[in-house]
Design a protein around this ligand. Structure first.
Ligand code: SF4
Ligand code: MG
Length: 326
């Protein structure tokens, strides 16, 4: 029987603020999984700490709410133990690009086959709206006594440098587009970064839904109208993010350069969509070459004893002897 979006929902109470962009991202995750008909027991979600981090509580798959900035190492461990699972690591802009920045960089070098989604709202919403690493310089949100003194990092440019093989940006209120990007990120064979612009109406009173969508209230009619939208879709401009020949260093450099240039656009025009994509060997491929038994068993199912006789098939006495203190 076909799975419906309801099958991916839980009845856990949700206390996100009204109008929070997290609602849009949550429903896109549930919708994307339903559209892909992924069995809930084959999907594993990890999150760090922040308002967004409650997401695994609300999605009816396996899930784990981990530590601040640490969803990636948990996800990497699970994916290595059982590469058959669909693993999605969830981060926040403070969580993933601040305290988890080391994991963000170094997971990029490995190219595991999984999706890293970052809910990016420019503030630490859970702790009352301090500036996060993605809040632009000189922007003064509600909780800041003075404009932000620091420059923001550009997560897409960092991901390009770190080695992510699929780099995309979505927008929380673009349901169809975001569901599509989540599916593309899951289907990509390699490590995908999906940075999601997710307005926090409670603490980021600058980068609001109205700011992104360029809407204003018509004072006479009281109706909102689109005046100057900032968000636009790369796919509608003829932009081609794909490296068609992964052996061609020249094409890789050219595609990285155009992705870097696009990632610099902000303020007047903000692109969403896929910025860069290349197919390269995954960490799992390279591991299977080194450990041929992984072609037969996942690490979590590797036999370590004979099921009939109970005799160990792995000799750990050498390892234990190395631990002995004389
Ligand atoms: Fe959402 Fe911001 Fe409220 Fe957190 S503080 S639930 S991010 S609106
Ligand atoms: Mg945040």
């Amino acid at each position: 029987m076909a799975l419906k979006i309801q099958d991916y929902k839980t009845d856990v109470h949700n206390d996100w603020c009204p109008g929070c962009g997290d609602f849009g991202v949550l429903s896109c995750i549930q919708g994307a999984l339903a559209e892909m008909q992924l069995p809930p027991e084959q999907v594993l979600l990890f999150s760090g700490v922040g308002c967004f981090a409650k997401t695994p509580h609300f999605v009816n798959t396996y899930g784990c709410h981990t530590l601040h900035g640490r969803s990636l190492p948990f996800a990497v461990g699970a994916k290595l133990a059982n590469p058959d699972l669909t693993v999605i690591s969830l981060g926040g802009d403070g969580d993933g690009y601040g305290i988890g920045a080391g994991h963000f960089l170094n997971t990029g070098r490995r190219n595991l086959d999984m999706l890293y989604m970052v809910f990016n709202n420019g503030v630490y919403g859970l702790t009352k709206g301090q500036a996060s690493p993605t809040l632009k310089k000189n922007v003064q949100t509600k909780s800041l006594p003075m404009p932000n003194i620091n420059d923001a990092i550009n997560p897409l440019a960092v991901a390009l440098a770190a080695g992510y093989t699929f780099i995309a940006r979505g927008y929380a209120y673009d349901g169809k587009g975001l569901r599509q990007l989540i599916q593309q990120g899951i289907n990509h064979r390699g490590l995908a970064l999906l940075d999601v612009l997710q307005p926090c109406p409670t603490y980021n009173t600058i980068n609001t839904k109205e700011w992104f969508e360029g809407t204003e209230m018509d004072e006479e009619t009281g109706i909102k109208k689109v005046v100057k939208p900032k968000i636009y879709k790369l796919e509608e401009t003829g932009y081609d993010p794909v490296v068609h020949n992964p052996e061609d260093a020249g094409e890789i450099a050219q595609k990285k350069l155009q992705a870097f240039q696009k990632s610099q656009e902000w303020d007047d025009k903000i692109p969403v969509g896929v910025f860069y994509q290349i197919n390269q060997s995954t960490f799992e491929d390279r591991l299977r070459e080194r450990i041929p038994a992984l072609n037969q068993y996942t690490a979590s199912k590797m036999p370590i004893y004979d099921r009939e006789t109970g005799t160990p098939t792995v000799d750990i006495s050498k390892a234990l002897s190395e631990l002995r203190v004389c």
